[in-house]
Write a protein that binds this ligand. Structure first.
Ligand code: HEC
Ligand code: HEC
Length: 509
């Protein structure tokens, strides 16, 4: 494989942009005066800013180089089937795509995820008990060095493609399960795919679960699906659940055959293992990279890829508004608009009521209406309410914003950042437009603001025009049109190896 010097490439891209700007100036309508027009000045400024930030617009093209191989279309296709199949869900009524919905750029159709016991719809009319957080998109997650809202799954190398230092997960997996240089887990997403089937409220259900859970959760035992294994000697049921998933996979000849086509060594009678399952899921996720937004094309030299308003918004984002100090693009950020660190930015805490058809997760705090975020991982009270800086690509596909969907308009999510303390104090869930079942259990403001990120304690003033430009940049300047439902719905399989498609994707109909 050809070795590249990324810095030189960036310099080259920058020079091309510059050259394009100059050439455009010569042939411009004003007959080539030496004064650059306003549009050219802004192009020059933005090119310079992107260069300074190390933003190339070429992260999508780097995927196979960083994997060190070409994508395997057959493996990705098995992964696609698995992603839509209930085979890995012991409760038999949900799958990855029920939450990571093709109708929403493989993120949530909901402000807060609904897992098991849903009405099998995916879209605005999905009903069922809520979990605790909004489902982030898996589009571009191949480039995330740290996963989940509280950052609990991480590549210790800082690079999801590099397992030299291992992948860190909370117990029972800990640091040993996906340890350094283990060829079974070549990428952070391969490790991650071991987790969803083990989540009771998302996938496995509560049927027959007697141990290891708060007894109040036993009301969600509806006797449906399979009996969930009890705790093993290590005090966890995760491995036991994975074993059941493996048995289920091996019972479907179509899956055994498809895995054999890829891995060769699958024995007669079936020996698909959980690592094969995880590799297939991750391979499908690798095919879901969509990072060719107007900003990327601009960075690669197409000055016409962005509107003037988007360019102004970008300059605010990287400049006066300093959003980039957290929503970073350089280095380990992989041009994903996140530093992949956790901050408390004072997002209002909202929660559903607990109980059948309402909510099946016990929240934190005395009122059980809070989400402690990073504190759940570190045990440090100073980490309370800290959440991972959201990557900002393809926001236009999302029906709600922040870890809990506290705002349903992008404008409101941005406005919240401009004056966090005022936003928190004046927050009204009903006015923010959140679903009725998430209104009425807002946590007290003073607790949320106690660990506020210092950068958020000062209000930022923008004119109305600046605000509109900033939102325009976020909504369209970072949108890859290929995440729209029209494109993504093409990935929904007509039928599945285990039987018919069982979810209805509302916006795909
Ligand atoms: C019940 C809904 C639900 C199901 C089913 C589900 N997920 Fe998720 N997923 C979530 C939520 C919610 C999060 C964030 C959870 C958190 O931060 O605590 C998440 C996080 C992720 C992430 C990390 C994304 C990021 O930005 O850090 C990946 C990758 C992922 N899920 C893949 C999968 C795969 C693969 C499956 C199926 C095997 C699956 N999920 C099943 C809801 C779901
Ligand atoms: C101090 C770090 C920090 C700064 C500065 C910052 N953000 Fe954020 N941003 C975050 C964090 C953390 C989240 C996720 C919070 C949560 O969900 O609880 C977030 C979430 C968002 C979201 C919601 C995305 C989603 O998927 O829900 C948007 C939009 C956003 N930020 C835009 C901006 C803009 C625009 C600016 C500049 C005006 C900015 N941010 C400045 C840390 C920051």
């Amino acid at each position: 494989m050809q070795k590249e010097a990324p810095r030189d490439r960036r310099r080259l891209a920058f020079m091309w942009t510059w050259l394009a700007v100059l050439l455009a100036g010569c042939g411009g309508p004003d007959g080539g005066t030496s004064q650059p027009a306003a549009g050219e000045l802004i192009d020059q400024k933005l090119s310079a800013v992107l260069y300074e930030q190390g933003f190339t617009g070429r992260v999508e093209q780097s995927l196979e180089r960083r994997l060190g191989r070409k994508l395997d279309p057959r493996l990705a296709d098995v992964g696609r089937l698995l992603f839509f199949d209930r085979i890995s869900n012991l409760h038999n009524d949900n799958t990855c795509a029920g939450c990571h919905a093709p109708t929403n750029g493989f993120g949530d159709s909901q402000p807060m995820a609904i897992g098991i016991q849903s009405n099998l719809l995916v879209g605005p009319h999905r009903l069922g008990p809520r979990n605790q957080r909004r489902t982030p998109t898996v589009v571009n997650a191949a480039f995330y060095p740290r996963l989940m809202w509280n950052g609990r799954f991480a590549a210790l190398s800082g690079d999801p493609f590099n397992n030299a230092l291992g992948f860190q997960f909370p117990l029972p997996e800990g640091v040993s399960k996906f340890g350094p240089n283990n060829p079974r887990y070549p990428h952070l997403l391969v490790a991650q795919a071991h987790m969803p089937p083990t989540e009771l409220n998302e996938a496995a259900g509560f049927t027959g679960v007697l141990d290891g859970i708060d007894p109040r959760l036993q009301v969600f035992d509806d006797g449906m699906g399979m009996r969930v294994p009890g705790l093993d000697a290590s005090g966890s049921r995760n491995e036991a659940i994975r074993e059941v998933v493996v048995q289920r996979l091996n019972a479907v000849p179509d899956y055994v055959r498809k895995f054999a086509e890829v891995f060769g060594q699958v024995r007669e009678g079936g020996a698909v293992d959980i690592d094969m399952f995880a590799k297939a899921i991750a391979e499908f996720e690798f095919t879901l990279v969509r990072a060719n937004a107007p900003l990327d094309r601009f960075a690669r030299g197409d000055a016409g890829a962005m509107t003037a308003s988007q360019k102004h918004g970008a300059l605010l984002f990287f400049g006066k508004a300093n959003c980039v100090s957290c929503h970073a693009v350089r280095g380990a950020s992989n041009e994903m608009f996140s530093d992949f660190r956790m901050h408390n930015i004072g997002v209002p805490q909202i929660a559903p009521a607990f109980g059948p058809a309402k909510g099946n997760t016990i929240f934190d705090g005395p009122g059980e209406n809070e989400d402690f975020g990073l504190e759940q991982v570190t045990g440090e009270i100073g980490d309370r309410y800290k959440f991972r800086t959201s990557p900002l690509r393809n926001l236009a596909a999302q029906p709600a914003f922040f870890h809990n969907g506290a705002f349903v308009k992008l404008e409101d999510a941005v406005r919240h950042h401009l004056d966090v303390l005022a936003s928190l104090k004046n927050y009204d869930a009903a006015k923010a437009g959140v679903a009725p079942d998430l209104v009425g259990r807002t946590a007290p403001v003073d607790t949320v603001s106690a660990t506020l990120d210092p950068q958020m304690s000062k209000a930022l003033r923008l004119t109305e025009a600046e605000f509109a430009d900033l939102v325009n940049f976020l909504r369209y300047g970072l949108l890859d049109e290929r995440v729209r439902p029209g494109e993504m719905c093409k990935l929904v399989p007509d039928k599945l190896p285990s039987g018919p498609q069982f979810l209805t994707f509302e916006a795909c109909r």
